[in-house]
Structure formats: structure tokens, C-alpha cells
Design a binder for this molecule. Sequence first.
Ligand code: NAD
Length: 455
Amino acid sequence: NDKPTEPQADSGLIHLKILKSKENVALKEALTRPIQNTNQIMKLVNPIVESVRNNGDKSLMEFTQKFDGVKLKTPVLEAPFPKEYFDGLTDEMKESLDLSIENVRKFHAAQLQETVLKVETKPGVLCSRFPRPIEKVGLYIPGGTAVLPSTALMLGVPAQVAGCKEIIFASPPRKSDGKVSPEVVYVASKVGASMIVLAGGAQAVAAMAYGTESVPKVDKIAGPGNQFVTAAKMYVQNDTQALCSIDMPAGPSEVLVICDEDADADFVASDLLSQAEHGIDSQVILLGVDLSSKKVEEIQAAVHSQATNLSRVDIIRKCISHSSIVLCESYEEAFQISNQYAPEHLILQISNAEDYVKDVDNAGSIFVGAYTPESCGDYSSGTNHTLPTYGYARQYSGLNTSAFQKFITSQSITPEGLDKIGKAVMCIAKVEGLDGHRNAVKIRMSKLGLLPENF
Ligand code: NAD
């Protein structure tokens, strides 16, 4: 009875498609992410990675010249970074970066796991677990189409907090002068990075994974990037020669907003657009709970009027063309759909939003209430903006301090303890056919005069 009007296809309006939650086929289509053609990208990326692995700096600089149009004498900038690399950095920018670093540090320091776990599972059997930082980490700061000091601090601060001994940045150099932006250099110095690798794409990932004459080999690579970066990270994590792990698979950024009739249409539109401007393959979804057609029209109008005033309107237009408003009948239904979709960013613009956080099973990060725009989490609130995309929020957490730690377990067993568990060990080892395992217990129990009969 309250049916919203569809935008005209040829009107030039920047409007989202509208569908109802019960339109199963349309809903499935609306929630399908743009396909990532991994195989084709791998074909392009494999030779780049192999070339850097085999030829080191020479290949690294050749690819920088080819893809970034910069001819370098050396592929790295070592700390302490020369003064001229900070040129152009304003006091206002320094203060903004300092505030963001401070908040991200506060939140990530609180996550640091320092406790040594000690559990006596049986008398004389002491099991423990303790953390250690991952020693050397390589942090990729994208730089192809935008300057991203925010990504530098989201990666660098947790690595520093975790106590990584060596932090290396990699970012593509600017075509104009072969440098990286002063904001990124500033963050690198604030988090104690020892070096910035002046390279991007698959070649930068390969240099950090295998090491070159100038770039030390790292143990883990973290950070977002385009499809070449992502494919190279997948390659090196599967190559035992690299012995290098990665943070998480990454894809185009996305947001899902749940709103109700009380939501401010301007706020809802601004959140959708702040994500839509990321890229044409980004996805933005609005789940509206029991919305009147008037509210839907207000939101569509706000999307159009705000979008046309944004600098990246062309990207937004393409992104919005494959983005949707889904009209839901209840909050319960909206959260079911959202949990199924597992968004990277989930924004709740509903009354009593805080009460609904308990209903979220799958999401990278949640933005609760009308005055919590996603941009704050992207830069300055303290949470990390490196989050699982493409539905991986079902099984991955966003980047956090423990991503830069590993946990070692330890046990010590007394004769009394061996007496308590030795028989079980021998019994299981026997059925597994591992006589050596069985013998290692048997020989000890025998010397202690504790060997049970028939063993
Ligand atoms: P980028 O630094 O990831 O990639 C630039 C590099 O790609 C270049 O240096 C070049 O070496 C390589 N390259 C370009 N064309 C190539 C080709 N034809 N063959 C081989 N290599 C090639 O920068 P970008 O391209 O701007 O992409 C940044 C990405 O990171 C975007 O997709 C953005 O959405 C994403 N991002 C995500 C987050 C997050 O937290 N999820 C944060 C920031 C950025």
C-alpha cells in the first residue's frame, strides 16, 4: 500500500535499486559481491613475484619503472628519514595524525596479550602458553590512486604495540618526484619503521617476502591493496620458500547500513556514499526496517544531492548502480540478512541501536547509532580499519594487535605427572602405529618403575 517509486533508468538520478526482502532471487543478486577473477590475476602476478625472488633489487626497480613510471637509484628509504621527505607536512596534519595514532594506540595497547597462561591439567602436568611478537613485519600501504596515511597508522601502530623488532613499510613512489607522501613518512617515523620500500604492487610484496639485496625478508605481510597486491600475498603465503604469512584475504570495500523510520535520511545517505566513493566495485547495501515510501524517497533524494557534490561522483555513480535498498519487515529479518552477508562495515542507524549489537554474528566492525559515521573508524576513533571483506567476516577478525603476536605453548611433566598420563599416551600411540612415540614414554616409566602391566 505504501510502495516506493523506482528511479527512472534514464533520469540521470543517482538512486539505489529498491527491492523487498521476500523477493528471494532479486535479494540474492543484490547481495552478490563483484566476482574476483583470481586465476587471471595470478597469471599476471606469478612472473612478477618469481622475477623479484630470482633477481632481487634489479627486478624490483624495473617493475617500479614499468608500473609506477619512476626510475630509482635505490629501492629503499632507510630510517632516520631525511628531512626533505617531510616537506609539505602541515602542523594541522601532524596534529590530526597524532590524535589518530594516540587513539589507535590506546585501543590496540589494551588488546595486547601479555598474560602467561599456566594450567595444571593433572598433578605434575603443567601446561603454559605465552606470547611473543612476530619479529619482522612488512606493512603494505597502498598508493596507486590515493595517499593513505590512515592505512599506515592502522598497520604500524598495532605492530609497534605488539613489539615487532623490525617494521618495514612498502608503498609505491610518486611519479612526480619518486618519493612517498610526507604523511606516510611521518607515520613511519612515529611507529618506528626502519625502512620504506619504494615499490608497490606484487613486486613490493615479493621483495618483502623473499628479501632482496636492500630489503630484509619479513615473517608476515599485512595491509590492503589492489588485486595485484592481494594475489601476490596469496602466492607468497603458499610458497614454503617465502615462509611468510599474511593478515587476511582482501577485496573491494563494502558497507551495510540498517536503518528504520527514525533514521536521519541525510546521515544514512552520507554513510552509503562515504563507502561508495572507494571504488566502482565497492558495494553498499541499505536494509530499511518497516520504512515508509516517504522515508525511502528522502534517502534517495539525499543520496543524489550529496553525491553530485562529491569529487568522486563518477565512481559513486557506478557503485550505486549496483547497490540496493532492501525493504525489510522486521529488525529480526534485517539482522538475519546482515549476518548472512557478513559485511566489512555494519552501520546501525536504528532506535536503541546499542540493544541490537547482541544480534550481530558476522561483521568486520560495527558503527552504532546516528552519530557514529564509518569515517571515524576509518581514521581516528581507535578501532582498526583493516577489515575482512567479501564475506570473510564469517571467519576472520579485523586487524588487531594479536595479528602481530604468536603464542608459544610449553609443558613440564614430573614423574607423578607421567604416571597420570603415560598409559593414555602409550595406548593412543599404539593404535596410531607410532612405536617411537610409545617407546619414549615406556622407557621413562620403566626406569621409574611405573610401567603398567601389559605395556
Ligand atoms: P596499490 O598500492 O594497491 O597498487 C598500486 C600498484 O599496483 C602499483 O604500484 C603497481 O605496481 C601495481 N600495478 C598497477 N597496474 C598494474 C598492472 N597492470 N600489472 C601489475 N601491477 C600493476 O594502490 P591502488 O591501485 O590505489 O589500490 C588500493 C586498494 O586498496 C583499493 O582497492 C582500496 O579500496 C584498497 N584499500 C583497502 C583498505 C581496507 O582497509 N580494506 C584500505 C585502504 C585501501
